[in-house]
Design a protein around this ligand. Structure first.
Ligand SMILES: [Zn+2]
Ligand SMILES: [Zn+2]
Length: 126
């Protein structure tokens, strides 16, 4: 298992991003999903935006939130929304969250490599 210092080092290079499912912003791993050009399902609605706390958001995280057709979701939120890639990742990482999940997905793992190989169409874990 990685030490706190190692986790801090991994974390320091990670962007703060929103999750378009739950609306939280943090550095936890995301599934980046590219929507088809005519897909409006992932577009933040007024209702969703009203529930999001933008006061502590970084400019970069807001820019990413509003960027075109890319959606960034916590792996557990994405899994709950029915994504098979994230459901498989959740199973392999034993439902790890936050720093534990960052460590789990950044360590070499043959099982996770297999999931990524299947799930690379239109997205990436990180
Ligand atoms: Zn989320
Ligand atoms: Zn996913």
């Amino acid at each position: 298992m990685a030490t706190k210092a190692e986790v801090a080092k991994i974390n320091s290079g990670r962007p703060t991003r929103f999750c378009d499912v739950c609306g939280q912003s943090d550095t936890h791993p995301r599934h980046v999903v590219q929507l088809p050009p005519d897909d409006t399902a992932g577009t933040p609605t007024d209702e969703w935006l009203a529930g999001v706390d933008l006061s502590g958001a970084t400019a970069e995280s807001v820019r990413r939130l509003m960027a075109g057709d890319l959606r960034e979701r916590h792996l557990d939120c994405c899994a709950a929304a029915g994504c098979p890639t994230c459901q498989a990742t959740e199973e392999i990482t034993d439902g790890a969250r936050g720093d534990d999940l960052i460590v789990a997905v950044t360590q070499p793992s043959e099982l996770l490599d297999k999931v990524r190989a299947v799930g690379t169409e239109g997205g990436q874990d990180g």
